[in-house]
Design a binder for this molecule. Structure first.
Ligand SMILES: *[C@@H]1O[C@H](CO)[C@@H](O)[C@H](O)[C@H]1NC(C)=O
Ligand SMILES: *[C@@H]1O[C@H](CO)[C@@H](O)[C@H](O)[C@H]1NC(C)=O
Length: 403
């Protein structure tokens, strides 16, 4: 006997309902999954966020970089390197400690800046890490997230200003960035020399950009061949300090972006809504992967931050909106500064770079060690000339931004 496969009319009805209900339920779920996401990108009412209140309440961090604080107090820090890092990125921080941080010039020091995490396991590991290295600054009053990177970087700058006034330069760099430490050391040394040549370190009597004759005169007498290739005088400008009302010299450099329109795609990581930023182009800004600035800019930047609606894009906000727009600062593009990395993990392709972005912890250690051990002659072959040219073409067509 054959089984009756067709159901009763009610059963068929239920089948149809299932047929209709299931997809629409799925659709609704998907919609809910994506919609709040869109909203969370325009996030937390950034334009209403009270930066002053935020900065003022940052006096009680959970963890202080005890060792760095001590080095700063005794005047042992000339360049302070601040590295925003996510609480869970212990491997990345250790890779930095084990790679380029070991090859920094004397009197340069690093510290990490973290926000709060609800994960107790991670938190316990951070406490242990902090005890071991004394280079971790962790704030409790904000939840660590990519959207809050601007807040994290502001805290980094504020801590540098409050506790490390004798440092002449601040370098902000991400924990997945390769830094050619010897090369950047040489560049910054040349820059500092040039700054000192211009009437002492910071003090200038006049507006440097306008006083070409003075600069020409100084340039001629006081620049050695090693420094000349960096053209350090072209990276030094002057501004009027808001407190002293005097001219001071400064440098603010990295990978420079000019005439970039805001990304209006709500799904993009770098999305900026019209509400947050209405202009057709962004002010010139430096890539957030790594940039450096003279420390005498810190009080002025922090002051402006308290009076300028915050943006979730840290580099656009700090270097572009506060730096270029509000303070009218000139930003410099430094040779060899890259915001992505070579297509081949070959040390020779890194030797001429100052920075490269997007290296996982293992690669960061391997590449740095390989670059440090290279002799200049080693890369001076036909093979590397071809590889290097190929890399330029590939990078031009499609930058390597994978991790
Ligand atoms: C921001 O917070 C400060 C306190 O730190 C307060 O004086 C100020 O009025 C607040 N600003 C706004 C716009 O709410
Ligand atoms: C960013 O920090 C603010 C201030 O503490 C907090 O209210 C907000 O939840 C954080 N945002 C995210 C996305 O974690």
């Amino acid at each position: 006997m054959r089984l009756q496969r067709r159901g009763t009319p009610t059963q068929a009805y239920i089948k149809y309902i299932k047929f209709l209900v299931a997809p629409s339920l799925l659709f609704t779920l998907l919609l809910f999954y994506f919609l709040p996401n869109h909203k969370s990108i325009d996030k937390t009412n950034h334009h209403l966020f009270n930066v002053s209140a935020f900065l003022d309440s940052s006096t009680a961090p959970i963890l202080e970089p005890a060792l760095i604080k001590k080095q700063c107090r005794t005047g042992g820090v000339e360049v302070l390197v601040g590295i925003p890092s996510a609480p869970g990125n212990l491997k990345a921080r250790n890779a930095v400690r084990d790679s380029w941080a070991k090859h920094l010039p004397p009197k340069w020091t690093i510290f990490f800046v973290l926000g709060a995490t609800r994960n107790t396991e991670i938190q316990n590991a951070i406490i242990e890490e902090s005890t071991q290295y004394g280079d971790v600054y962790q704030a409790t009053h904000f939840q660590d997230s990519y959207q809050n990177l601007t807040l994290k970087t502001l805290l980094m700058l504020q801590w540098s200003h409050q506790h490390c006034q004798k440092a002449q330069h601040i370098l902000k760099i991400d924990d997945d960035v390769f830094l050619n430490a010897p090369k950047f050391g040489e560049y910054l040394e040349c820059l500092t020399k040039a700054q000192k040549n211009l009437y002492g370190r910071y003090k200038v009597k006049t507006f440097i950009e306008d006083d070409k004759t003075v600069i020409e005169g100084i340039k001629k007498g006081k620049i050695d061949a090693k420094c000349a290739k960096w053209k350090p005088y072209e990276h030094i400008y002057s501004f009027i300090d808001s407190k002293t009302h005097k001219y001071e010299s400064y440098a603010f450099g990295g990978y420079l972006y000019s005439n970039v329109p805001p990304d209006r795609d709500p799904n993009s990581k770098w999305s900026l809504s019209e509400e947050l930023y209405s202009g057709a182009t962004l002010p010139p800004f430096l890539s957030g992967t790594a940039y450096f600035l003279s420390s005498n800019l810190l009080p002025n930047l922090l002051y402006e931050a308290r009076h300028t609606p915050i943006l979730p894009l840290e580099d656009v906000y700090l270097t572009g909106v506060l730096g270029s727009s509000r303070l009218n600062l000139r930003l410099s593009h430094v040779d060899g500064w890259s915001r992505f990395r070579p297509w081949w993990d070959d040390a020779c392709l890194y030797t001429n770079l100052m920075t490269a972005h997007g290296l996982n912890p293992k690669k960061l250690v391997d590449i740095t060690n390989a670059v440090i051990q290279l002799t200049p002659e080693y890369c001076d072959t036909m093979y590397y000339t071809i590889l290097s040219n190929l890399n330029d073409v590939f990078s031009y067509i499609s930058p390597n931004v994978r991790s």
